[in-house]
Design a protein around this ligand. Structure first.
Ligand SMILES: [Zn+2]
Length: 451
């Protein structure tokens, strides 16, 4: 088998691995590059592999940095099957149209304000491209085998997000395990990643390769910061997509309200695709920890905001309130116009609950930038900045280490991906110290033969 790293090599976004073996060519994940401009420009280049020559795409999960390039791949000639779990398919059916909508909105905005060098500015893909991509999805159960020529592919639960999976592929007398994004052992919402047997070759993520999450209860941390900001009448902005981490936030917010830790303030989930996700969480109850009743409480904890007019109207409201809007790293989406409206006021707060990749507005704010550029203008960030790492959907390096330690088959080759360079390098060294593994960090475009 041959493996080529077409994304998430030396960076956290753009996950894409070309795997050739058993007479087939498949992509494991098909993610968007986000963050640094030099990375985002890769989304606009010709596809790194001729889409017509690919037999299939296998998705680990629905986050856009793993699935968001699919519509572009399909528009460029991919006609094979897109294999995923049902959970991933259900979430992709919400996240991909959301992504197309935001890109079309950004292109419209750029044309109106004429700040793009390209005239007219075009979206990377449209809702029509997304529909074509969604039509190619085929679902598979966890542990069911997909036979593709001489390849045998199996998915196992990775926690992290509904439907999220590790992917194990056997072909040509060897095997490889892709960790995908690994969830946390004690996430409030999602179950722990299931232990896996292992494989001769391992491709493992390293998002938090150099950071440990605080061990204190994220609900308590959230309660403390929310009570303080809401108590002074402030607005708390939380960048997150409509489905995924948002529900974990809503669950904790509902519990904090019920216990009287925070006041019963309005909570808005603002996204064009904002949906009551009760049905989705109920349909996948084996993947999370909460009861049907709590699913309902969680999903009812917010008012869903759909239209652009309703979204803009939120900017005229006063605190205390909680606003959840995409995107999670503030690379686009409705969170941006909330930042314009509310970030200049020191009474308000911006709460980061997810990973902020290099080059994103989220990273700039997290590192202390006192202004960010939004739609061509500089916006002062004078509001309080807060971060709760314990809300992350990613395992930290010790948690991934423990998950790897449970494998009975030890890898002969280890590739560390999906991490910014300092995180990937720290994780590479950690694997050496803890297990004696000589892991490598592949470069973008590298091809290796798996033995
Ligand atoms: Zn993810």
């Amino acid at each position: 088998m041959q493996l080529t790293f077409l994304g998430a090599a030396g960076t956290v976004t753009g996950s894409k691995y070309l795997l050739e073996g058993g007479g087939k060519r498949v992509l494991i994940d098909c993610g968007l590059f986000q963050g640094l401009k030099e990375l985002r420009l890769r989304n606009w280049e010709a596809p790194p592999v001729h889409p017509g020559t690919l037999d299939a795409v296998i998705l680990t999960h629905a986050h856009l940095d793993h699935s968001g390039y699919l519509p572009r791949l399909v528009a460029s000639g991919f006609k094979g099957a897109i294999w995923s779990t049902r959970g991933t398919r259900d979430l992709a059916a919400i996240l991909l149209p959301d992504s197309a909508f935001l890109q079309e909105e950004d292109a419209r905005h750029a044309n109106k304000r004429r700040f793009s060098k390209h005239s007219p500015a075009l979206p990377l893909y449209t809702k029509v491209d997304v529909e074509a991509a969604l039509a190619l999805f085929q679902t598979v159960e966890f542990d069911e085998t997909i036979e593709l020529g001489g390849m045998r592919i199996r998915l196992s639960p990775a926690g992290h997000l509904l439907g999220a999976a590790c992917v194990h592929v056997e072909a040509d007398g060897t095997d490889v395990l892709f960790s995908g994004d690994v969830g946390r052992p004690s996430d409030p919402l999602m179950r722990a990643p299931r232990p896996v047997v292992g494989a001769r070759n391992l491709v493992v993520e390293s998002t938090y390769g150099n950071r440990r999450h605080e061990r204190s209860d994220p609900g308590e941390q959230l309660g403390t910061v929310l009570a303080r900001v809401l108590g002074r009448g402030g607005i708390v902005m939380i960048p997150a997509f409509a489905v995924g981490r948002s529900q974990a936030m809503l669950l904790l917010i509902a519990r904090l309200k019920a216990s009287g830790t925070i006041p019963d303030v309005p909570v808005y989930l603002n996204s064009p695709m904002a949906i009551d996700a009760t049905g989705i969480y109920r349909a996948h109850s084996d993947e999370h920890r909460i009861s049907a009743e709590e699913c309902e409480v969680m999903c009812r904890a917010a008012t869903y905001v759909h239209t652009a007019e309703e979204s803009k109207a939120l900017n005229k409201l006063t605190g205390p309130m909680i606003l959840i809007a995409g995107s999670g790293m503030m690379t686009g989406g409705r969170i941006l116009h909330h930042l314009v409206a509310f970030a200049p006021d020191p009474n308000n707060a911006l709460l980061l609950v997810g990973y902020q990749a290099a080059g994103t507005r989220g990273e700039a704010i997290d590192l202390g930038a006192d202004e960010v550029k939004i739609h061509g203008d500089y916006v002062p960030v004078l509001c309080e900045r807060l971060r709760i790492d314990g809300m992350s959907g990613h395992a930290d390096y010790t948690e991934i280490g423990d998950w790897l330690d449970a494998m009975s088959v030890r890898p002969a080759a280890v590739y560390v991906t999906h991490g910014d360079p300092p995180a990937a390098d720290a994780f590479r060294r950690y694997l050496g110290d803890r297990f004696g593994w000589k892991a490598v960090i592949p470069k973008h475009g590298d091809t290796v033969t798996l033995c």
